[in-house]
Design a protein around this ligand. Structure first.
Ligand code: G3P
Ligand code: CA
Length: 245
């Protein structure tokens, strides 16, 4: 059965990557939550997608140029809707605390533009250990050097390659770097690849699917997982598809 991941939380109905969006995903009973992590100036982990603050918060400039305390002063809800004024950029720890007692899978996407060792992977693993959330976690990144670093630190963590350009037999590349799953871009993902990858033992999870017809089509293809901004709608559609099957 396809697992539904709330992309940046329930980000179609709530401000992305905020506690409000994650709380809504938990309330809905999603299978998983996806979020993005970055390092602050004072080497803390925060949950935010863009490398800059401008699109989603009241701040401006680069995330990495601010300390956590400075980042916490910005509003991360009002740009989505005034209803969410007062939401802040969550720390990774705050989200892990929120997930305690749930069995929700957590897909942590490491946002990292540079190759050198910034310490983000080590810090993420340390916080996952602290909150006993390693087993429920899947680590992904477009930065495959970062994934290699994660796997060198902890072989048991499931790592998934993120990529956008179509690859022939992407599971072979994943095997080469040691990753265990494929997180693939919707316009570049076809059903044949999904079937073949999953027969070869590589779960495929597709981002980001919001249209009803695409959701139904990938549910019918029995893809391992999908990322969506509208988890409630996706959960209802999945029930419908399962009843037809
Ligand atoms: O992890 C899937 C998806 O979130 C990757 O793209 O840009 O939404 O972080 P993006
Ligand atoms: Ca992401």
């Amino acid at each position: 059965m396809t697992k539904i991941f709330a992309h940046r939380g329930s980000s179609g109905t709530h401000p992305e990557n905020t506690i409000a969006a994650f709380q809504e995903a938990i309330r809905l009973g999603v299978d998983g939550i996806e979020l993005d992590i970055q390092l602050t100036k004072d080497h803390e982990l925060v949950v935010i997608h863009d490398y800059t603050l401008d699109r989603t918060t009241s701040g401006s400039g680069k995330v990495e140029d601010y300390t956590v305390e400075e980042l916490k002063a910005f509003d991360a809800g009002s740009k989505f809707s005034s209803e969410f004024a007062g939401e802040t950029i969550p720390t990774f720890r705050e989200v892990l605390a929120l997930l305690q007692g749930t069995n929700i899978e957590l897909n942590i996407e490491i946002k990292k533009r540079v190759e050198e060792d910034t310490g983000i992977e080590k810090k993420m693993i340390r916080e996952l250990e602290e909150f006993h959330y390693l087993q429920e976690s899947i680590i992904s990144s477009f930065n495959h050097d970062s994934l290699k670093r994660v796997m060198a630190l902890n072989q048991n963590l499931e790592c998934a390659i993120l990529y956008t350009k179509k690859m022939e037999q992407p599971w072979q590349y994943a095997t080469h770097i040691g990753a265990k799953a494929l997180h693939t871009y919707l316009p570049e993902t076809d059903h044949e690849m999904i079937i073949e990858a999953q027969q070869n033992g590589f779960p495929v999870r597709v981002f980001t699917i919001n249209k009803d017809e695409d959701l139904e089509s990938f549910f019918q293809a029995k893809v391992a997982g999908i990322f969506t901004d509208f988890p409630e709608k996706a959960m209802n559609l999945l029930k419908k598809v399962e009843n037809i099957d």
